[in-house]
Design a protein around this ligand. Sequence first.
Ligand code: ZN
Length: 442
Amino acid sequence: MKTTCLFAPERTYLLDGAMGSMLQERGLPPGRPPETMTLEKPETVEAIHRAYLDAGADLIQTNTFGGNRAALSRHGLADKISEVNQRGAEIALRVAGPHGLVAGSLGPTGELLAPLGGLDPDEAEAIYYEQCQILKQTGLQLVNIETMNDLAELKAAVLAARSCRLQVMASATLMENGYTLTGASPEVIIATLEGLGVNVAGLNCGLGPAELKPFLVRMANATSLPLIVQPNAGLPQMRDGKTVYPLSAEEFSRQMRVLIEEARPQIVGGCCGTNPEHIKHLRKVIDKLPPSPQPKKKQQPERVLIAGRGQAVWWAGKWEEHHSLLVRPYDRKNINLDGETIDLFSLIETLKKEKNTILRLDFNAWESKADEVKNFIQDLQLYYTGPCSVRGGQPEILTGFFRYYLGRPLYEGERSSLPDPIRKCIDQYLPGTVFCSHDLDS
Ligand SMILES: [Zn+2]
């Protein structure tokens, strides 16, 4: 399914800035979730949206960042989920008016997903699906999935939003070392988001514009997707027991100009510590950009990035450029390697000996139940963080792979000659899968 993107390709769009800190300045007690203000002081939420539009924002975001069931439950507010999201969206839509752009904000559940944590990805997807359904029913067409630390959670949220037929912007959050909390680099993030078929991909929170710039440039070099960036007003500092963000509106917009010139994001805004002043100054920067800025060109147009959950590899369609290892898993524990049956532990040991390996999985030998593939992939990706290539003829078995695989895989086969059920499962779970030949067969 292809929908026309809400964003015109030749324009740079300005998003709003922070919501939570603005609400705190206007009476939200520390520790209370910002979403409660939607119910208790809707006029305050409305005034903040209006302040951002007056500052020149093209696009505002609903006050629903923590509006998923898991996050609300921690504050005993699970029974308010419909009101929080419905009213949150209605306020933003009303303020934006019939021609304004509104994105539904989706933040983390606050729990770490399997394979690294305990929350099942199916449960996480159901949590986001519930929130997306409520937002969709208000007439929203677009969501902004943001501040994601965990690739598994990012995937769960994207799948939920796509099954509600919402357009998707999605951003991950990096630490100063350039990795997410779960070890994904800018290349892994962008490859994963391309694999998931989002409309817009990028980075938000965590760092200021100057620190985010090199990471966003790396993303721009690796993708032709439109990019989004929402930096903080600098790196947070502690002053008198309070978190403060050091960048003034002038300094923020100065750093943003450099970032925009080098990485060419199409959608820019602010995260923690930014306010309507920052957005107003950013408006001036955008208005001074050349009339139709050329989007940043991918550096190696003949190559695409494929990825596992922690490593990305450039792929040009040539198996001879890579180390690869072909295995035929029988079930969760037993794997055929060169005619011998080994266990997952031995497979991981073998993989560790070579760098930049692509692990080729042939599911034609799978003997166990189809739903066991989920456990196999989760066990595998807990220890092996590089990219996988997959083949197999059974859609039920491949569904387990495409639904739970973290990253962007190869599929060994021609897209044009795919049986319908397999095409459907790829389109549903990883429409940006890269197709390749398997002529390296031994
Ligand atoms: Zn933030």
